[in-house]
Design a protein. Structure first.
Length: 259
């Protein structure tokens, strides 16, 4: 059976030809042609289609209808949210990095690409994609234990990962409101933040009296745990220094409380 995308699937496309009623595109991952109608580009009145898409442009589209008999694929641009576009773009980048890394390893170790992919397959089974697994190994070499190959090859593989793959950092954020009504209030707030100073923690001023806390880590759970510990340090120090403090995951929650 011929390979078609599923309805609702996000696909990377190349705009091949534009005209008054829409555009014809190529679905890069399926090597098939699809149609993007004008009404699926935007709900707004479109004076010039080139304000939205242009020939040879790469775009993320959503499949809204597939006719297997006719081979027709209808697509939508307006149905793709910013979050979906970002997620799909990240997926594409990950696949590209994966292919590049496998080719690099194959060349360095003089091993067939298919063999390298076979060795790395358990990473895909556990983490969803091979490259996500490679990033996990880069952040913690013990994650290589799920792979099965002879020791020398394993050692060479881990060495190449450590030298060429940057461990992916997870970022989580929170917000804190800090107020002091004492004459030395500014100095007190500085002391509060100094007490919470730590590696991979960044505190920035948003606008009085709101500050943003960014925490970076290799694992989401670790980042969340560190964010919680940092916020608790700030609240504790604020209490000791007679400052008013409140923490929330969204700044809007703090602003709402201020009203």
């Amino acid at each position: 059976m011929e390979n078609f995308p599923e309805e609702g699937e996000l696909v990377l496309c190349t705009i091949k030809k534009t005209f008054d009623q829409g555009a014809y595109v190529t679905l890069d991952e399926y090597n098939k042609e699809g149609y993007l109608s004008l009404k699926e580009i935007s709900l707004k009145w479109i004076k010039n289609i080139h304000d939205y898409v242009r020939e040879e442009q790469k775009v993320v589209l959503k499949v809204i209808r597939v006719d297997h008999e006719r081979g027709a694929i209808n697509l939508s641009l307006r149905s793709v949210s910013d979050a979906e576009r970002k997620a799909k773009t990240e997926d594409i980048k990950r696949v590209q990095k994966e292919e590049k890394f496998i080719g690099f390893v194959s060349n360095e170790l003089k091993i067939n690409k298919d063999k390298i992919r076979e060795i790395l397959k358990p990473l895909e089974d556990k983490y969803g994609t091979i490259y996500t697994g490679i990033e996990k190994i880069a952040s913690d070499n013990t994650n290589v234990e799920i792979l099965s190959c002879e020791d020398t090859l394993m050692e060479n593989l881990v060495g190449l990962i450590n030298k060429n793959v940057k461990a992916k950092k997870v970022e989580v954020s929170g917000f804190v409101m800090l107020k002091s009504y004492d004459a030395d209030g500014v100095e007190r707030i500085k002391k509060i933040f100094k007490s919470a100073d730590a590696k991979d923690v960044n505190i920035t001023y948003i606008g009085a009296p709101i500050y943003k806390i960014d925490v970076f880590s290799d694992e989401y759970k670790t980042a969340e745990k560190k964010l919680k510990a940092t916020s608790e340090k700030i609240l504790g120090a604020a209490k000791d220094l007679n400052c008013t403090a409140r923490y929330a995951k969204e700044s809007s929650e703090l602003l709402q409380h201020e009203k």
